[in-house]
Design a protein around this ligand. Structure first.
Ligand SMILES: Nc1ncnc2c1ncn2[C@@H]1O[C@H](COP(=O)(O)OP(=O)(O)OP(=O)(O)O)[C@@H](O)[C@H]1O
Ligand SMILES: [Mg+2]
Length: 384
């Protein structure tokens, strides 16, 4: 998969950028606060339908403007696709090949992209929410039904929790609300069981890929294992659903007292073991980094196996966080195969990457990109 052209208009501090990235390696260099992450965020938005760092879309509109536009011309499965996303005031317009699309789940997954940022180094040591987000974005990009299911689940969960909160706090309406909870049980168990099973299935695939990566990075010293951690038992949707509903009615009193839903995929986690030890608790910094990298690379391979070609890889400032060995491994992995965007504040490691045959180097200053060098070194790009 390849981004041929990208137009970014009034997106955060990027006022008007029109770039033709290299089919392979793109390095984006600039001082802090110049717009490097903003640019990757724009690409991420086009792949996932949401930002990786805010849930408020309008935050991405340039402070002095009323709306933003991002357009990408994509080469995928031997054909061109044009996708565009614009937001003006509150009006969002998404289009595929100039045709308006209603549902965001139909938009997601046209462009596939994997982002790796220093945040992801917390994938191991951070809370379960981080690992759930990892698995959710990964599946959503290759499976729009999953994305739809997730939204539905979160919606049901929110309403169910509101009701529980009300029961906890409001004695007058208590009896009436207590009777209503069973209606939500059915719905939450229906959507929840499907989510759990899909996640389990995908984790089984990723497990194999991540284990391979971890062995490669550590020269075979570390054996990574992962599995889906959930209180919900069962091997089929019907089994999980039944178990889910049973548990909810068993936990009834407890939930009335606490005021929230105590089990379900929103509470689950991914267990990570290295040489049989839980590295979420016991992992050294190095092991955490290795595992985060292994998981990300597994994500890349997983997507390839699902869609038939590599997604675009976005590496936000992550090189400076990796040691020499891991850097080398990452370069070897992406070399010549994956369209990659790397941001950095330093010129240091570029010396390694500059020697690559196919590379474009962009410099960014106050939201303006300029092409610094490329093999042809002639193309004029940037402002336009
Ligand atoms: N909605 C917005 N409108 C205009 N400017 C914005 C908006 N949101 C953020 N910015 C500005 O964009 C600038 C660049 O942000 P960005 O995160 O891309 O920097 P960066 O180049 O990645 O820096 P670093 O190296 O520190 O990560 C910031 O200075 C921020 O103030
Ligand atoms: Mg940044």
């Amino acid at each position: 998969m390849e981004i041929k052209k990208i137009l970014v208009h009034n997106f955060r501090n990027l006022e008007q950028q029109n770039l033709q990235p290299d089919a392979r390696l793109n390095i984006i260099i600039g001082k802090n606060g110049q717009g490097k992450t903003n640019f990757l965020e724009a690409i991420y938005l086009m792949a996932n339908g949401e930002s990786h760092r805010t849930s408020t879309t309008k935050e991405m509109i340039n402070w002095n403007k009323e709306g933003f536009l991002v357009q990408i011309l994509l080469f995928k499965n031997s054909s061109e696709i044009k996708i565009s996303y614009s937001l003006k005031n509150r009006d969002r317009k998404i289009k595929i090949n100039n045709n308006p699309v209603e549902k965001i789940s139909d938009f997601i997954g046209n462009l596939n992209a994997v982002l790796f940022s220093p945040e992801d180094l917390k994938l191991v040591k951070g809370g379960p929410a981080q690992r759930r987000k990892f698995i959710n974005t990964e599946i959503s990009q290759v499976n729009s039904y999953y994305h739809h299911l997730l939204k539905k689940y979160n919606n049901i969960l929110k309403q169910r929790n509101n009701l529980l909160k009300d029961i906890q706090q409001n004695n007058k309406t208590r009896k009436k609300n207590e009777d209503m909870i069973a209606v939500w049980d059915e719905q939450i168990a229906e959507a929840g069981s499907k989510i759990v099973l899909k996640r389990k299935k995908v984790i089984n695939k990723i497990k194999i890929l991540a284990r391979l990566m971890q062995r490669r990075i550590t020269g075979g010293r570390e054996n990574l294992n992962l599995y889906y951690e959930t209180d919900l038992k069962g091997e089929t949707t019907a089994e999980v659903k039944n178990y889910f509903t049973e548990q909810l009615s068993q936990n009834r009193k407890k939930e009335f007292r606490l005021g929230y839903t105590t089990l379900g995929p929103h509470r689950d986690d991914i267990a990570l073991l290295v040489n049989d030890r839980d590295i979420r608790k016991y992992g050294s910094q190095g092991q955490q980094r290795t595992t985060a990298l292994a998981l990300k690379m597994a994500e890349l391979e997983f997507m390839k196996s699902e869609i038939g070609e590599y997604p675009v890889l976005l590496l936000d400032d992550v090189f400076s966080e990796l040691d020499r060995e891991r850097k080398k491994l990452l370069i070897n992995l992406i070399r010549g195969r994956i369209q990659t965007f790397i941001t950095s504040t330093e010129d240091e490691y570029i010396d390694i990457l500059k020697k690559e045959k196919e590379v474009k180097i962009f410099r960014v200053q106050e939201g303006n990109f300029s092409l610094h060098s490329s093999p042809e070194n002639k193309q004029q790009e940037g402002k336009g």
